[in-house]
Design a protein around this ligand. Structure first.
Ligand code: CA
Length: 235
């Protein structure tokens, strides 16, 4: 059973989304303001699979809700945005959303995107279960270690505070050491964005990772840029 929390204060749109999501056999919990969204997410977690979150909401706005929930849970959050300035903030991803959909949107594409996120989340969970099974699997690259079981990255044995997406991006690159990976492929695997081509997200996360793992982030030697293509992990 898949449970989705829908946070949308516009009654007409809320109703249409509930109807369409339920037709996909999802269980939908709908709320109309930011404070109720935080409470509902806490109540439903860990049996919550995805959050659809409008930006403009009464009480707490969607950015604030996303920021709060991101610190507590790692489930996919898809933002609903209406204005360009909102899109810029979501795409900048300082708030940690997984994806965004711009209003007005095609219901068909929207549902396909939700489905892609759920599928990707299941795959990640399966990967992490497989990692658990491979007891104590640790990737080592000189002074950098990635502990797959604990989902922990350390530099000189000191654990680094990585955001979930930073970890997934680093792991994906590290498991394909020496291979040039396009931004599109990274975007699809790590973010599940099969429909939108905003590769700036990848660049922003690579920059954050470099600041944490590179001896000199301005002269990267671990995650190198492949001209005209994407990135390559060197070790
Ligand atoms: Ca709204």
């Amino acid at each position: 059973m898949t449970t989705i929390l829908l946070v949308e204060d516009e009654p007409g749109l809320q109703e249409a989304l509930i109807y369409n999501l339920q037709r996909q056999q999802y269980t939908v919990e709908a709320v109309g303001d930011g404070q109720a969204a935080v409470e509902a997410a806490r109540r439903l977690h860990p049996n919550l699979d995805l959050i659809i979150l409008d930006v403009m909401l009464p009480r707490l706005d969607g950015f604030e809700v996303c920021r709060i929930l991101r610190q507590e849970m790692s489930i996919p959050i898809v933002m609903l945005t209406a204005r360009d300035d909102e899109i810029d903030r979501v795409v900048g991803l300082e708030i940690g959303a997984d994806d965004y959909v711009t209003k007005p949107f095609s219901m068909r594409e929207f549902l396909a995107r939700i489905k892609a996120h759920l599928r990707r989340e299941r795959r990640l969970q399966a990967d992490s279960a497989a990692a658990d099974a491979a007891a104590n699997e640790v990737l080592r690259f000189n002074n950098l270690t990635i502990d797959l079981t604990r989902r922990e990255v350390a530099l000189n044995n000191i654990p680094l505070a990585l955001k979930p997406k930073e970890y997934e991006l680093l792991l994906f690159l590290a498991q394909r050491r020496g291979q040039a990976l396009s931004r599109e492929r990274l975007l699809e695997y790590v973010w599940g964005w099969e429909f939108s081509g905003n590769t700036r997200t990848v660049d922003v996360h690579v920059r954050w990772l470099r600041e944490k793992i590179e001896p000199d982030p301005s002269q990267p030697v671990r995650i190198v840029t492949v001209r005209g293509s994407g990135y390559r992990f060197e070790g």
